[in-house]
Design a protein around this ligand. Sequence first.
Ligand SMILES: [Zn+2]
Length: 277
Amino acid sequence: MLALAAVLAVLPLVPAQAQAPAKPMVCGAVSADDVQEIFSFLLYNSGYDSSPADQRPWGKPSRGATTGIFTSDEKSFRAFGGSPAAAFAANTGINNKGAMAAASHVYIHIPSMCDINQNRGEAAFFLAHELSHLVLHHPEMIEKNNLDSMTKWCESNDCDGDPKRIVASWERATREARNAFQRDIEQQADREARQWITTLTDPATGKIFSAEAGEAGLKSAEEWLKAKGETLDDPTHGSLASRVQVLAQDREQMAKSHTDGLKGKAEAIQQKVGNGF
Ligand SMILES: [Zn+2]
């Protein structure tokens, strides 16, 4: 989930305040402490806060420290569109106090993270997905896409009248194209998250996070939502099932390239030493 912040129109319903739960929460396989610890581990490994200012797109000023904001508030979860977490970048969009956010945050809804995830790898995938949005500058890309879209739209439409009316017309006319742009970005965050966590050793288990954790986490989320009588199928993300499918195809492709690579190496050896090796 990307709590975007479409520059011209969409007001993301980011909660005004969110605190870590006062009492340890009783969770399933993954505790509230696990979620917080995994987030800190991923944030540290992302190096996001240390990226030099000149690598920031469009000359944005400093983002300030990136933080995880842990919330138990059901309203926050609703504001994330039913996703257990949402990323919000500094200087993009407007928060619910009507101000630009000074720093980047990942909002994490602890109860749903606890309920959904069946192991630490699944939690790592969801958190890595959100951090990937920030690391890959997705909020800024969407913001820029919106500006470009409106610039183009103003070439053939009257953009001198009431701004609210202009934005409403532009939104209607360009909704599908903008959703498609964001769906690509969501797929990129899923792929990046999966690839990234499989390079990291979980400090709690000493094992590398599983390459299947992403698919498993998305399936767990779907089952959890189904049990609640809900579905998550918004036009900017696609269904959870479709995201599972993209990751599964990607993994098969990666496995095939790996096997093909090994086959190539074996053939090269065979050519050098002959068939009798
Ligand atoms: Zn997302």
